[in-house]
Design a protein around this ligand. Structure first.
Ligand SMILES: [Mn+2]
Length: 398
């Protein structure tokens, strides 16, 4: 932050649909900065002319109504102890405090990012009002600063991801061991939920349990179709601990055995995945990684005859027909985490997830691991989840 500046973050209120509540994770930025995971809170960070920083946290006052219907809100004392911020106030004091603090500032940082839900009416109105009120103050986005911080994971954050991975891994293994007995996508989805929830975690995102032709739909979440003989099932799922998210994909044969054709496509995808992981290193641009993986994929798809070399030479985009997405994304408090830079640094966590989708053959394969970037090379956080064909078949048929 620049001298004489203020950064302001709001978290969402509890979502209500009909008469039911949806407890969305409050706000990744506020959680990152304060450790408080509660809806409807506000944060001001103030840097004065002497480079001194003070933070102010505003929390909702517990009322009889809230306690009856939603449960107790964190008290000021609790919020202080969780956040380490001395200056904790009630929400109703926000405006006063902001007006006082903003008198001498030259810059106001607001969080606006195209990828994220900043469509809080409250927050939008606040920005609008500030623009009107604060003459001569430059209004800037804090996205770049906060992304830079969030992108590099501390060892505590990596531990959260690893702890979650133990449970994600347990769930995938549980599915693998039982898959031959299961009859449909819903049962796979239920088994994942069973393991996540009984281990006090939750889904990082809506799981994808896509069998047969459904596996060629990238964001399939219907998860209800019955298995047909020789179907593959593509499972894209993960749990989160303290809001730190896993994001794993595996593809298994529901019968316990890959057909020869499925085996060929699967091995091709796995080869590309292993290659992409192997070239991950500090200093590499994610775009170059994506490019190299796509090139490797193209060569492999030509080798197995899925695309013709002469067609590829004419138009490299032909690969997109079978591999329509990129090699992966950054991961953390958001499944598609903020990234201030595409150049990999120690502590970045990314997914590596090539896929091959052949609609007319009802074959969709994606293999996705979560990779920690270190100076010593890539560390596969999800290596305990089987992806070799012989291992998958051995576990399924045991
Ligand atoms: Mn992913």
């Amino acid at each position: 932050m620049k001298k004489n500046s203020i950064a302001v973050f709001f978290s969402k209120d509890v979502n209500v649909k009909g008469d039911n509540e949806y407890f969305d994770f409050c706000d990744p930025n506020i959680f990152y900065l304060t450790g408080v995971d509660q809806a409807n809170i506000k944060l001001i960070m103030h840097k004065n002319s002497k480079n001194e920083i003070k933070s102010y946290l505003f929390v909702q006052q517990s009322t009889k109504f809230l306690e009856t219907w939603h449960g107790k809100k964190l008290s000021i004392v609790q919020s202080r102890s969780i956040s380490g911020i001395d200056n904790v106030y009630l929400l109703k004091d926000f405006e006063d405090k902001f007006d006082k603090l903003s008198k001498k500032i030259k810059h106001l940082y607001t969080f606006e990012h195209k990828m994220f839900d900043t469509c809080l009416n409250d927050y939008k109105n606040f920005i609008k009002k500030s623009k009107r009120k604060l003459k001569g103050v430059s209004i800037e986005s804090s996205a770049k600063i906060i992304s830079k911080l969030r992108q590099v994971k501390s060892s505590e954050e990596i531990t959260q991801l690893q702890n979650a991975m133990e449970i994600t891994s347990e769930a995938f293994l549980h599915v693998l061991k039982n898959l031959k007995k299961l009859k449909n996508e819903a049962q796979v989805s239920a088994l994942l939920s069973f393991d996540y929830i009984r281990n006090h975690t939750k889904h990082s995102y809506e799981p994808i349990c896509a069998s047969g032709a459904n596996s060629c739909i990238m964001h399939y979440v219907t998860n209800k179709d019955n298995f047909k003989k020789n179907d593959l099932i593509l499972i894209d799922s993960g749990c989160e601990i303290n809001n730190y998210k896993n994001d794993i994909s595996r593809t298994f044969p529901v019968s316990g055995k890959f057909t020869k054709r499925q085996e060929l496509i699967y091995e091709t995808c796995l080869k590309v995945q292993k290659y992409a992981i192997s070239i991950v290193k500090v200093g590499m641009n994610f775009r170059d990684l994506d490019e190299a993986a796509r090139k490797f994929m193209s060569i492999e798809l030509i080798k197995i005859g899925l695309i013709k070399k002469k067609d590829y030479d004419k138009d490299e985009k032909i690969v997109n027909k079978f591999y329509p997405h990129s090699i992966g994304h950054f991961l953390g408090l958001d499944t598609h985490d903020l990234a201030s830079t595409l150049v990999l640094e120690e502590g970045h966590v990314i997914t590596i997830e090539p896929g091959i989708y052949i609609n007319k053959e009802k074959i969709g394969i994606r293999i996705e691991d979560n990779i920690l970037v270190t100076n010593e090379g890539p560390v596969n956080l999800s290596k305990s989840i089987p992806k070799e064909i012989d291992e998958i078949e051995r576990i399924m048929n045991n």
